[in-house]
Design a protein around this ligand. Sequence first.
Ligand SMILES: C[S@@+](CC[C@H](N)C(=O)[O-])C[C@H]1O[C@@H](n2cnc3c(N)ncnc32)[C@H](O)[C@@H]1O
Length: 256
Amino acid sequence: MVDVLVELCAGSAALTRWCSGGWKLVSYAGGKDGYAEIIADLMDLRRVERVLLAEPGIWHDVWVALTWGLSDRVADVVEQWQYEDARTLWDALRGGRGQHDHEWVRAARALVLVAGTHGGHERGGFKGLHVNRPSVDGFIPSRGSLAWRLREVPELPPIEVFKYAADVEPFAGACVYIDPPYKGRSGYDHALTRFEVIELAMAWKNAGARVVAVSEAAPLQFDDSWTTHELTAARRGQVRRNSRSAQEWLTVYKKT
Ligand SMILES: C[S@@+](CC[C@H](N)C(=O)[O-])C[C@H]1O[C@@H](n2cnc3c(N)ncnc32)[C@H](O)[C@@H]1O
């Protein structure tokens, strides 16, 4: 049996990356790399043969380039930027993307900006030199490592990229993961209200989705057909330093 994964609020799409070999480019604020395995288990995800992603923010450009098979071209641009002064480059990229830039230049811009922005956010200041890691050149990973990671991106299942979660028409049999900006937190250029998140989840359930899972910093209140799971202790990798973001819950519906 194979699945179609729908990752709404995709950002860096940790679940899609986990399901396609567990590769990584840049850490993103709120990214679910540390929880992807447990989320996939709780969703009973099987082999993923097709993916639909929705993301209006900075990662949109990245996913467009990757799904068009342009990761080597993105790597070429990141490599060219390697020798620019870190701060000058970050300021220039933050200045805005060119309307006529190629897709691979837009993707390179997005990735280098996330790598160089404090907290891995879309907004925020320049990361700068690391207090305890003298080798950090203002970007984590460095531009050289990022280019190398881009060249190692594995073959991906067919991916369709959308902007907004509401742009994806719900369909039967889908495995849907929704990871919205958490209530009361900001830092992304786009937001969804709790009400919109619940409406979205219900629309997929009512359309006959096989599974719908929603991340939040608290269990969500639906009806009895949903179960809630605290994931906080199951996190893999680095512990989050910000205790406000330490709580992690998944609310799950499975079609019976
Ligand atoms: C918590 S982050 C998702 C992190 C993601 N799971 C990952 O592993 O990187 C929330 C994301 O929702 C996106 N978002 C905000 N409004 C949205 C909308 N209306 N439709 C789709 N995505 C949206 C934000 O741009 C942000 O990237």
